[in-house]
Design a protein around this ligand. Structure first.
Ligand code: SAJ
Length: 411
C-alpha cells in the first residue's frame, strides 16, 4: 500500500514511520522546506522516542521520502494542525481544507482519504465532504472518506499508535471499512467503526473528560489553600477509594489538546456545556493563582523558573501556562531566569545560571531533571533557598531549604 501523509509533525511523522515498518511505502508531505530537507537526510525534527532510527532506515531503503507536494497514493492521511479561534470557540479548518484541496489533483477513484487532525463536531459533514463532492466524487462509492482522530500521548506515541484502540468514523459504512484496512497495516488495538460525527465528538470528549477532572483537582487546591488543608494528602487519601481517581493539580492546563478541544464542544451548544466551560475557566485561572502565591512567598526579586514545556520530558511549549505566569511576574518587575533543558531557546540557561542569586525557584513543569535537584548548588547560589513546586514532583528537600507545594501554601 502506498500512503501519502499530509503534515509531518508530532502525529504525521510517527504514523509514517510505522507504515514504513509494516511494508508500506510512504511519502510525507510538509509545507516547511527545512523539515522536508531534514527528513530526506534521514534525520527527524521532533523530540519523541523511537522514531529516528525507523525513519533513517526507511530513507535508506527508499520506502520513505518527504516532499512539499503530494503524490499519487492508495490512501491519503491528513495530520495538519487545527488551531483554536478564540473569538468563536471553534477550530480553524483552513489547514485541513487546504490539505484536502492540495490532494485533489493526485486523487484517483477508489482512494481513501482520512482526516486525523482533531476537529469540531460536524466538520467532516459540513466542510470536508463538500470539497470532494464538488470535485465529482461520490463518497462511499468511488472515494472513501473518514475521520480517525489521533489519541496518542506525547512521549508514548510509538507504543500507543500501535496498541490503542482506534475510532474509525466513516462518512458511510463503506468508508469505515476502507479506512480500517489502512490502519490494519500496523494497529493492534481494536478498529472501532462508527460515523464521522461520532468520531469527532468522541475525540473532543476524551480530552474534555481529562480537562474537567484536572479542573476539579485545581478547584480542590484553592479550597484547601483557603481552609488550611493539605490538598495533596486529600487526593492521595480519596484515591484509595476503588472508584475515585482525582487528577493532579498544577499551574494550569497546556498543550494543543486539553486546553482547546473542550471549546469545540462548547461552541456547538453553549447553553448546555456549562461544566465544560467552567472547567476551562477554572484551569485558565491557575496562572493567576500561581502568581498570587509567588507574590505571597517572595514579594519581589529574581525568580528561577524551571520548565516552560506544557508537560514533562517534552520540548513542546504550545499553550503552556508557564508563559502566562512569567508574563504576570515580569509585569510586576520580577527578574526571570528560565531553565528548560527540553525547550530550545537561546535565552534559556542551565540550573546554575538560573538559580544564581535567585530569591525563589518556581517549578512549572515535571521534567525528570527537576525531580532531584542539585541542592548543594542551590544553597550555594541562593542566600535563602526557597522552592515553590506547582507540579508536586519534589518529595524531600534538605532541612535548610523551604519547600512550598499545593499541600502547604497556607503555612
Ligand atoms: N495535567 C494536569 N493534571 C493531570 C494531568 C495533566 O494538570 O492530572 C496537565 C499537564 O500538565 C498538561 C495538560 O494537562 O499541561 C495536558 O497533558 P496530558 O498529559 O493530560 O495530555 P496531552 O495534551 O499531552 O495529550 C492528550 C491525551 N488525551 C487524553 O489523555 C484523554 C492524548 O491521548 C491525546 O491524543 C492528545 O491529548 C491529543 O492529541 O488530543
Amino acid at each position: 500500500m502506498k500512503i501519502c501523509i499530509i503534515g509531518q509533525g508530532y502525529i504525521g511523522l510517527p504514523t509514517a514511520a510505522l507504515f514504513t515498518k509494516n511494508h508500506c511505502e510512504v511519502v510525507g508531505v510538509d509545507v516547511n522546506e527545512k523539515v522536508v530537507e531534514t527528513l530526506n537526510q534521514g534525520k527527524i525534527h521532533i523530540e519523541e522516542p523511537g522514531i529516528g532510527e525507523i525513519i533513517k532506515k526507511a530513507v535508506e531503503k527508499g520506502v520513505y521520502s518527504a516532499s512539499t507536494t503530494p503524490v499519487k497514493a492508495d490512501a491519503f492521511i491528513i495530520t495538519v494542525p487545527t488551531p483554536y479561534i478564540a473569538e468563536n470557540y471553534t477550530c480553524d479548518l483552513s489547514y485541513v481544507i487546504s490539505a484536502c484541496e492540495s490532494i485533489l489533483p493526485y486523487l484517483e477513484k477508489g482512494n481513501t482519504v482520512i482526516v486525523e487532525s482533531t476537529i469540531a463536531p460536524m466538520s467532516m459533514d459540513d466542510y470536508v465532504k463538500p470539497i470532494f463532492e464538488k470535485a465529482g466524487y461520490t463518497i462511499g462509492k468511488d472515494l472513501y472518506l473518514a475521520h480517525c482522530p489521533e489519541r496518542v500521548l506525547p512521549g508514548k506515541i510509538m507504543y500507543e499508535l500501535v496498541h490503542n484502540d482506534r475510532i474509525v468514523g466513516g462518512i458511510t459504512p463503506e468508508c469505515s471499512i476502507k479506512a480500517s484496512e489502512v490502519y490494519g497495516q500496523f494497529v493492534e488495538g481494536a478498529l472501532m467503526k462508527t460515523e464521522a460525527k461520532t468520531a469527532e465528538l468522541s475525540k473532543c470528549m476524551e480530552n474534555t473528560f481529562r480537562d474537567v477532572n484536572i479542573a476539579l483537582a485545581n478547584e480542590l487546591t484553592k479550597i484547601c489553600t483557603k481552609i488550611g488543608v493539605n490538598a495533596l494528602d486529600v487526593i492521595e487519601m480519596a484515591n484509595k477509594h476503588p472508584r475515585v481517581n482525582l487528577h493532579s493539580p498544577g499551574p494550569g492546563v497546556g498543550g494543543h489538546c486539553l486546553a482547546i478541544d473542550p471549546y469545540f464542544i462548547y461552541s456547538k451548544a453553549p447553553e448546555y456545556a456549562k461544566i465544560i466551560k467552567l472547567a476551562r475557566d477554572t484551569n485558565n485561572s491557575m496562572p493567576e493563582f500561581v502568581y498570587e502565591n509567588v507574590k505571597k512567598i517572595t514579594p519581589n526579586g529574581k525568580i528561577a523558573v524551571l520548565g516552560v514545556a506544557y508537560k514533562g520530558n517534552t520540548g513542546d511549549d504550545r499553550e503552556s501556562p508557564a508563559y502566562e505566569i512569567i508574563a504576570k511576574l515580569k509585569e510586576d518587575n520580577y527578574e526571570i531566569s528560565i531553565c528548560d533543558p527540553h525547550v530550545a531557546n537561546e535565552e534559556y540557561v542551565d540550573l546554575k545560571q538560573s538559580t544564581k542569586d535567585a530569591n525563589l525557584i518556581l517549578i512549572l513543569c515535571d521534567h525528570d531533571e527537576f525531580k532531584d535537584l542539585d541542592y548543594d548548588l542551590i544553597k550555594e547560589n541562593m542566600e535563602k533557598a526557597i522552592i515553590f513546586d506547582t507540579k508536586n514532583i519534589i518529595k524531600e528537600v534538605p532541612e535548610d531549604i523551604k519547600l512550598y507545594n499545593y499541600g502547604n501554601l497556607f503555612t
